[in-house]
Design a protein around this ligand. Structure first.
Ligand SMILES: [Zn+2]
Length: 311
């Protein structure tokens, strides 16, 4: 049994059909966690959909209306790069609800893992790059609105820069945005995060970890967030179809573990979300995401829960 909850819903599936985004991965990760005994049935928690009030703290009423009513323009759908369906809308409402629930449970348990989310390309007034609703921003705004936290950090390790996150929080000193990504990749225009760590094509484990970890350690000590939202993309993997870095599976797990260790050793609760993953073999993407849960469990075992010391 895990010392924290894993958030999952059968309707997380984005129902994209044949698409480079393997929208069945949510279910496959859930099944793998159970099959390998990484998680037990009681370790899972069901999210409800985010409320409109939750979404409207981040998104414009116009964009939410388009998603609810299916009135996206051709240009909206071109930017989103996935076909619209009511099932897609339901899935992203649930993903945002899942990240809210994960935030609440992480404040209680020290960790919580949403088996969806990390939709970091979504902007306030439009979707982009498979991301319709910015679940992490929605969760942070909800926790702040509830008075549960003041300061949050987003650590984004997806191979693509977190442009939506950077833009949404551009003038907000209460949220620190950190993105490590392949510079020569989508999105073409990268609005500045509070800290961007651009990687050259073909970077491998050692250089990547040697860049990320000192930066995370320094920022956590300086900024003292009360929660860390981890956008744990599987797409820096060497065999990813949409990524050009060369991280190994063990390097990706070491990445997760080191970020969690840095947070946990400072008493900072951690929420994990999935983000991208487009390996040629979907099993690799699924394994890399499942390893994030394993990494959280290992760090939780190594460092007992400490209350957040940040103010
Ligand atoms: Zn990505």
């Amino acid at each position: 049994m895990l010392p924290f909850k894993v958030i999952y819903h059968p309707r997380y599936d984005l129902n994209l059909g044949a698409h480079v985004f393997p929208s069945q991965k949510f279910r496959l990760i859930y099944e793998l966690l159970l099959r390998d005994g990484i998680a037990a049935p009681d370790d899972f928690a069901d999210p409800g959909p985010a409320s409109d009030a939750d979404l409207l703290r981040v998104h414009t009423p116009e964009w939410i209306g388009k998603l609810k009513n299916g009135t996206l323009t051709a240009s909206d759908i071109m930017k989103l790069e996935v076909p619209y369906s009511p099932k897609l809308a339901a899935a992203v409402w649930l993903a945002a609800g899942g990240s809210i629930l994960a935030g609440q449970l992480a404040l209680r348990d020290g960790f919580a893992c949403n088996l969806s989310g990390g939709f970091h390309h979504a902007h306030a007034n439009h979707g982009e790059g498979f991301c319709a609703i910015h679940d992490v921003a929605v969760a942070i705004r909800r926790l702040q609105s509830d008075g549960a936290i003041n300061k949050a950090i987003v650590v984004d390790t997806d191979v693509h820069q977190g442009n939506g996150t950077a833009h949404i929080f551009r003038d907000d000193s209460s949220v620190f945005t950190l993105s490590i990504h392949q510079e020569n990749n989508y999105p073409a225009y990268k609005p500045p995060s509070d800290l961007d760590l651009p990687m050259d094509d073909g970077v491998e484990d050692e250089e990547y970890l040697g860049t990320l970890l000192p930066a995370v350690t320094r920022v956590l000590s300086d900024f003292c967030p009360q929660i860390l939202f981890y956008v744990g993309g599987a797409d820096p993997y060497t065999e990813d179809q949409l990524g050009g870095l060369r991280l190994s599976k063990s390097g990706l797990k070491a990445r997760d573990k080191a970020v969690f260790f840095a947070a946990r050793s400072r008493g900072i609760p951690v929420v994990t979300t999935l983000a991208g993953g487009y390996a040629r073999r979907v099993e690799d993407t699924v394994r890399i995401h499942a390893n994030t849960i394993l990494a959280a469990n290992e760090v939780a075992g190594e460092i007992p829960v400490a209350h957040c010391a940040a103010s």
